[in-house]
Design a protein around this ligand. Sequence first.
Ligand code: HEM
Length: 100
Amino acid sequence: MIQRDPKYFQQPERNIPDRFIEGSEHYCGRMNPFAYVPFSAGPRNCIGQKFALQEEKIMLATLLSRYRVESGDYLGNVNIKAALILKPKSSVNIRFIQRI
Ligand code: HEM
């Protein structure tokens, strides 16, 4: 819910990675450092944060250089379960289309 606060994020339900890129159309500007805290904050924040971000970048760059990814389901029909992180209540269909 913190990451979806419209006070800090325009169109908070949309995945717009460009909102973090300075100079881009969707750039959300310098924000309160506690507005975006997927790894928590303070002395007990995530010890694996830097590792997780590196791993994600390598995994996504490798995957997306080989496949185009499409959702098989309309996001509006996906029911979300709130745990420590938000997750879909049931499986979501994803198509991987090989890039030539
Ligand atoms: C995208 C991946 C990850 C996310 C979103 C994430 C998120 C978080 C969050 C929100 C907390 C704080 C939980 C709380 O307040 O009680 C946390 C703690 C922690 N995370 Fe992660 N984490 C990720 C990956 C990792 C990885 C890869 C490791 C280890 C290699 C790791 C190790 C830890 C540990 C040990 C703590 C407890 C730190 C403490 O209590 O002092 N996490 N993580």
